[in-house]
Design a protein around this ligand. Structure first.
Ligand SMILES: [Zn+2]
Length: 392
């Protein structure tokens, strides 16, 4: 049998929670893992050296197909040797399919069986994205993990609309799979890299849709499994639905996903959300919260969120989080960070982003260690208790 694109193994379990190892052509990733979001080829506000540094040690980041396709464009990235070389990052990259971004354009897009027509947010030009185009773009980017092109139904979709959307996603997944496979044979993958026990090709993940309807979600899972993928994702959550809806879906679907493949919950969430999802057996996460909130002055800490603008920190010489081992907390006070933020210094965003990412990545490190040592329930209980003490 040919070598696979990735290998995944579970090393320890705690209930449904699992700690595992995801082997990619660009290195080993311990799971559960948080993936910082690098929308347009940069994780906003942080250098790649910092992401690699032991403070953060991010093993995999995300790139957005939609944004990179429109700007700088695929020809540019291909001629610069693929996305890894273009941006200067040699660790693993996962690219989304553009489906979610196009869906988010709302009235600016038109969905048909063939694909989605939309106006570019950059220059207003008419563009067309389909499963085939998305696979071609992701092959040119050379990401290590490729996502199928899917359609996302709104959380409050009527049953018939949600069904049609789920069925369209299933048909698009098959088309994605076919085009993806032919692109791998054509060696269109710009990121190809030999790796021991792996094929050196890209991996393709399927996406389970079906809005808030559990029956549709189960059917979507079944149809996604029939097509067959290297890993499986739950999409279409955290799009404005009630939290309980998300947990009903994750609680139902995650344990039904193949145990020997990575499970990825797309676009979720807060540190509390990550822990909750881990208890249902999810392995991979991405979210813009640590970077986006860092730029608006909000820090995630082990004692809850802290708004650096507040006057109460004006003379506070304590770090953002007294139990955070990151280099920002080792050096700078809340008073100084507040001053930077209020005077509009770009360093405020840089430092808050660094700390927030360190907090998310460190939390996941703690999750992994506690699952491996059999202490996950205790870790989770203490983490939740501390969060309630709110910024003090
Ligand atoms: Zn810190």
């Amino acid at each position: 049998m040919n070598n696979p694109a990735i290998r995944f193994q579970t090393d320890a379990e705690a209930g449904q929670a699992r700690a595992g190892t995801l082997l990619t052509r660009r290195g080993e990733i311990e799971t559960p893992v948080f993936m910082p979001v690098g929308t347009a080829g940069s994780v906003k506000g942080i250098r790649f050296e910092e992401l690699e540094h032991s403070d953060l040690d991010a093993r995999i980041i995300l790139g957005n197909t939609y944004h990179l396709w429109l700007r700088p464009g695929i020809e540019t990235i291909r001629s610069c040797g693929g996305l890894h070389r273009f941006i200067g990052w040699d660790r693993a990259l996962l690219t989304d399919s553009g489906g979610f971004q196009v869906w988010s354009l709302g009235a600016l897009r038109k969905i048909s069986e063939e694909g989605t027509e939309f106006r570019s947010h950059v220059d207003g030009s008419l563009q067309f994205l389909s499963p085939e185009v998305s696979m071609e773009v992701q092959a040119a980017l050379g990401s290590d993990i490729v996502m199928v092109f899917d359609e996302c139904a709104p959380g409050n979709a009527a049953p018939e609309e949600a069904r049609q959307s789920m069925e369209l996603t299933a048909r698009w997944a098959r088309r994605s799979r076919e085009r993806f496979d032919s692109l791998q044979q054509e060696e269109a993958d710009s990121g190809k890299k030999t790796a021991e026990r792996l094929s050196g090709t890209q991996a393709l993940f399927g996406i389970i849709q079906g809005a808030a309807n559990l029956e549709l979600r189960r059917e979507s899972l079944q149809r996604t499994l029939e097509t067959g993928f290297d890993g499986y994702a739950i999409g279409g959550l955290s799009v404005g639905e009630e939290k309980q809806v998300m947990w009903d879906v994750v609680g139902e679907i995650a344990p039904l996903m193949p145990p020997d493949r990575p499970r990825y919950l797309m676009g979720v969430g807060t540190p509390e959300d990550l822990l909750e999802a881990v208890t249902h057996g999810v392995d991979m996460f991405d979210c813009v919260l640590p970077t986006r909130n860092g730029r608006t002055g909000q820090a995630f800490t082990s004692r809850g969120r802290l708004n650096i603008k507040n006057a109460q920190w004006a003379k506070d010489t304590r770090p953002l989080d007294e139990s955070c081992p990151c280099s920002v907390c080792a050096r700078h006070s809340r008073a100084y960070l507040r001053h930077l933020y209020l005077t509009g210094e770009m360093l405020a965003s840089i430092l808050l982003t660094h700390h927030n990412l360190a907090f998310f990545l460190d939390t996941m490190r703690g999750v992994r260690q506690s699952i491996r040592s059999g202490d996950f329930p205790k870790f989770r209980r203490e983490f939740t208790e501390r969060l309630g003490t709110n910024g003090e």
